[in-house]
Ligand binder design. Structure first.
Ligand code: HPA
Length: 274
């Protein structure tokens, strides 16, 4: 067995020994969106530092812990704090947790992130259902020898984000009276924000939002046959859309402002998740 698979198996065994539930949905929380874990009941918190083979987070606003418990009556496992390529992790490390989720028997993944709005009809504070992504500017999470335990060498990505789950998200938003946007998420390697020229280029390529995460996790999830739902919180307009500089504080502030709506939406989605 590949060393990577051995490590992921060891990690999955450790986690399943610590939690009381058998999680059905994994949730990855983006910058500033971590407070959703306060809604999880009957929780078991596991600090990343305690988990064998788990990478450690380094970003402000990204605390590192796994939270297992019940959300809207469903057993979930949430990641508060994720790993980014720009932190220096190998891209396969960024996807490590998703592989562990799969080994825990989880087949559904909700990924969330903070993103810059490229689509000019968006505004900071909007929530966007990720319809599809553009990720080919960065190395793939599947780079290297194929891990046959998870999936095939050349996985299909034609429905990276489940249409059925997208419909559930749209209905959930409607029932809560939220205007859920929809669009294509482009992956930027970061950690610097993009230049206006890069944003114009991404816009021409069909991107509605840009961010520094999510795509590696989604690729690993799809490789392993997991169903994915993605939601972006538009925390700022991308570089050059408005004539003003970008900063991380603005991203965190907007995420905080949206927190309540985001939490309500996710809870409603999970209630209806099939
Ligand atoms: N660009 C890249 N990543 C981001 C942005 C952005 O404008 N906002 C939040 N994450």
């Amino acid at each position: 067995m590949e060393e990577y698979v051995k490590k992921a198996t060891e990690t999955a065994e450790y986690i399943s020994g610590r939690i009381k539930t058998k999680p059905e949905i994994a949730i990855v929380l983006g910058s500033g969106l971590g407070p959703l874990v306060n809604e999880i009941e009957d929780v078991v918190n596991i600090d990343y530092k305690e988990i064998p083979n788990f990478p450690q987070t380094t970003v402000q606003g990204h605390e590192g812990k796994l939270v297992a418990g019940m959300l809207s009556g469903r057993p979930v496992l949430a990641m508060k704090g994720r790993f980014h390529h720009y932190e220096g992790y190998d891209i396969s490390q960024v996807a490590f947790a998703v592989r562990v989720f799969k080994l825990l028997g989880i087949n559904e993944l909700l990924v969330t992130n903070a993103a810059g709005g490229i689509n000019k009809s968006f505004k900071p504070g909007d929530l966007m259902l990720i319809k599809d992504h553009i990720g080919f500017f960065a190395p793939s999470a599947l780079r290297g020898k194929n891990l046959d335990e998870f999936g095939t060498r050349f996985p299909d990505m034609s429905e990276a984000y489940s249409r059925a789950l997208g419909e559930i998200a749209k209905k959930a938003a409607e029932s809560k009276g939220f205007n859920l946007r929809e669009g294509v998420y482009a992956f930027a390697q970061g950690p610097m924000y993009e230049t206006p020229a890069e944003i114009r280029a991404l816009s021409i390529l069909g991107a509605d939002a840009v961010g520094m995460s999510t795509v590696p996790e989604v690729i690993a999830a799809r490789h392993a046959g997991m169903k994915v739902l993605g939601i972006s919180c538009i925390t700022n307009m991308a570089a050059g859309i408005l004539d003003q500089p970008l900063n991380h504080e603005e991203v965190m502030e907007t995420a905080k402002m949206v927190e309540e709506n985001f939490t309500a939406l996710v809870k409603e989605i999970v209630v209806n998740w099939k």
